[in-house]
Design a protein around this ligand. Sequence first.
Ligand SMILES: Nc1ncnc2c1ncn2[C@@H]1O[C@H](COP(=O)(O)OP(=O)(O)OP(=O)(O)O)[C@@H](O)[C@H]1O
Ligand SMILES: [Mg+2]
Length: 459
Amino acid sequence: MSRILIVDDEIDTRELLALTLAKAGHETVEAGALAPATRLVKELEPLDLVIADYRLGTDDGLDLARHVAEARPDVPVIVMTGYGSVEAAVGALRAGAYDFLTKPLDPEALLAGVRRALQHRSLTVEVRRLRQEVGGMDLDDDYGIVGRSPAMRHVFEMIDRIGASDATVLVTGESGTGKELVARAIHRRSARTGRCVAVNCAAMPANLLESELFGHVRGAFTDAKTDRDGLFLEANGGTLFLDEIGELELEMQPKLLRALQERVVRQVGSSRERRFDTRLVAATNRDLEREVERGTFREDLFYRVNVVNIALPPLRKRGHDVLLLAQSFLQRASERSGREVGDIDDAAAERLLEYDWPGNVRELQNCIERAVALARFDRITVDDLPEKVRRARSSRLALDARTPSEMPTLATLERRYVHKVLEATDGNKTAAAKVLGIDRRTLYRMLDRWTEEGAAAPN
Ligand SMILES: Nc1ncnc2c1ncn2[C@@H]1O[C@H](COP(=O)(O)OP(=O)(O)OP(=O)(O)O)[C@@H](O)[C@H]1O
Ligand SMILES: [Mg+2]
């Protein structure tokens, strides 16, 4: 329930408004002129919204809008204007009103406007609170990982719990979710004194990767001019991070499996086996279980690697972490560039929260760095954000849209809805397919298609 102040000099309009809003479950307070309204704006606590007429007898409704914008900037104002008066509407917005409604009032339009304004208000309040919190605190944990959402707290707990063990860990998550960061955190959390060595399985053909991992002896192949230990041994006493393990070629898989099972490696060109004490952390943005089903990833290797799974949530499921991360990137980027951009304004913060971030944290980081470079003032505004972020509209509002230009296409809605269901089922595709009333293969096909179109997440 929200408390709304209604200001109009006509008692009939006030009553009609009060009645409509009360039916929708809101508490209302009324005033008939500027002076009492100004007093109420000062005194009412809480106050969530002001709806004021453009003309208040001899007073000017815009004076009230200006007063509220000044005295209580977090309280949105809706100004009611005469039908078709563009000038009045523009004046209202200039005076700091959040929105305007034209008279005669249509109850549905009124309630939709009120809903939008209240949603805007709760976001503003949240953004302020977060910003204050962010101001004086360390944004990240000991490992430089920013996040406070339940999903990320769970990740931190996992890192703490398993860090000290020697268990092999598989870190999964969409591209840009911070898998590498987590892999390094696991190493730092462990008591391992050796190095953390990373290798990207996607970057190398199988034969090269083999000598990279296991080493080679001199003369094993043309380019092998000297003996080489290989990464398993270089990371001895430490951690080997196998990035993009989902890309590992089939021919390499049994070799890796054997090394992990027997804890020994054999350099290419040698018959001698050497023991290693290396902890393995692997990462992938693929669904490895699905790769196993498809026969592109060996099941036995999957179980060997997936002893503990840390699944990183996509950024769009981390709620207000988006703002924490944005603030942290903002600090870093402005320090680095020497530009004093310290803040993100409310409207920009809203877009950041509403956008879906298919490229996850990396995309957000790029977005903020770009915005800092572009910013004309000491704060980031909507104009500094990339086009697609600027366009972000919360999907909740999609069905409330009233003007054709705000209405999404069916394909967009379909995509959004499918992703929404997937979120609700925690990414369980079988369950999601059931909810959607389609079979699992159809769902996979849709997801594949969107990935190919570069639209894995709704926009
Ligand atoms: N929670 C976080 N806090 C702070 N920075 C983060 C966080 N998550 C990711 N980053 C930063 O975002 C960028 C991408 O992270 P990272 O490289 O770890 O992602 P990834 O999951 O390995 O992506 P890919 O699958 O594309 O390799 C890095 O610059 C990283 O430092
Ligand atoms: Mg990575």
